[in-house]
Each structure stands twice: as C-alpha cells, then as structure tokens.
Design a protein around this ligand. Structure first.
Ligand SMILES: *[C@@H]1O[C@H](CO)[C@@H](O)[C@H](O)[C@H]1NC(C)=O
Ligand SMILES: *[C@@H]1O[C@H](CO)[C@@H](O)[C@H](O)[C@H]1NC(C)=O
Length: 184
C-alpha cells in the first residue's frame, strides 16, 4: 500500500464507523426519548400559549429538564408550582435584604405581599392532589399578591425596578400555574 492508499483506507474505515454510529443513534432508545420529549414540549407549548408571556413561559419551563420530560399535566403542574415557590422565595429574601438596608413603607409592604405570594404558591402545591379548584384559585391569588406589591410601590411614588421585575416573575408563574391547573 502506498501512503496515499493507506490514508484513503483509513478514511473509508473511519467513515464506515461514523455511519455505523449514526445508524445506532437513529435506531437506539435515545431516539425514542427524543420523540417523547418533543411531544411533552408540545404539552409545554400548549400551556404557554395561553399565559401572559408565551416566550418567558417557554424559557422558564424548558430550562427545567423535569418539565421537558413530563408527559402528564399533573406532573407539569407540580413542577411549575415548585419552580414558582422557589422563585418567589428567592424574591422574598431579596426584598427582605433590601428592607434591612432601607426600612421604608413600600418595601415593607412588598415584603408582606411576597410572604403572601410564597404562601399562595405553597397552598396551590399542597392542594394539587385533593382539590384542583383551590389549587387553581391560589395560583391566581399569587399573581394578585404581586400586583398588590406593585400598587404599594405606585402609592408610595417610588420606582424600584428590581422589585417590579420580581413582581413580573411572580405574575408569570401565577399565570403558568393557573393555566395548567385550569386543564386538570
Ligand atoms: C425567577 O424566574 C425568572 C423567570 O423565569 C427567571 O428569569 C429568574 O432567573 C428566576 N430567578 C430565580 C432565582 O430562580
Ligand atoms: C429607600 O427606598 C425609598 C423608596 O421606598 C427610595 O426612595 C430611597 O431612595 C431609598 N434610599 C436608599 C438609600 O436606597
């Protein structure tokens, strides 16, 4: 074999190997997973299109591997409410830290209202198994609680964009949880 022939031979062997790998991939259980996850991505899409913010709903749910794998609405509801509780808990901690540095009425009220946001999401999560109607109601109330914080800022004539952003997160998760529990 000349050197060129040898290289050609190596190339053919390599290509054959890669085609074999491709063949394995497309006939492997991985592929089945890919198609089942695309059907649950459809579940996420069908939920998100009815929320207040389709793009951010998709971002929030598709960034969670459990949500992407979920094929039942009930499972997706649980995951969404867990994300909601975690997100609102972080917001409450953020607002409380702000409050220790700046003890003013609007921030104090927002701390109160975020306690309520977390409480409403927690109640909804608990109610998911026994009382879907209450879970749906409490998912909605969490968003109203965030509105109350936003109103407290407006009444105090202050703008605190970092808090308003977190009100929008809470309203997004409220809308997501409301839409999913509405379908249960
Ligand atoms: C809260 O949710 C928003 C919207 O999904 C996201 O952008 C943000 O990173 C989340 N924050 C935390 C701490 O999880
Ligand atoms: C404290 O919060 C108020 C709004 O409640 C704001 O107007 C003020 O600028 C803040 N002060 C400091 C030092 O951040």
């Amino acid at each position: 074999m000349t050197n060129m022939d040898f290289q050609g031979h190596v190339l053919v062997v390599n290509l054959t190997f890669y085609f074999y790998l491709l063949f394995l991939f497309f006939h492997s259980p991985l592929q089945t997973n890919a198609s089942s996850s695309s059907s649950s991505t459809k579940l996420i899409e069908s939920v998100c299109k009815n929320t207040i913010d389709n793009a951010n709903c998709l971002k929030a749910l598709e960034s969670d591997p459990r949500a992407v794998k979920a094929s039942r609405l009930k499972d997706l509801a649980k995951i969404a409410l867990e994300l909601a509780v975690a997100n609102a808990t972080e917001s409450k901690a953020y607002i409380d830290a702000l409050l220790t540095k700046n003890h003013t009425e609007p921030i104090k009220q927002c701390s109160f209202w975020f306690e309520a946001v977390v409480g409403s999401f927690r109640s909804a999560l608990r109610e998911l198994d026994e009382d879907v109607l209450s879970a749906n109601y409490d998912s909605k109330i969490a968003g109203d609680d965030a509105d109350s914080c936003e109103n407290a800022l407006a009444l105090g004539k202050v703008q605190i964009p970092s808090i308003s952003t977190r009100n929008n997160y809470a309203k997004l998760y409220s809308s997501i949880a409301f839409e999913i529990t509405n379908l249960l």
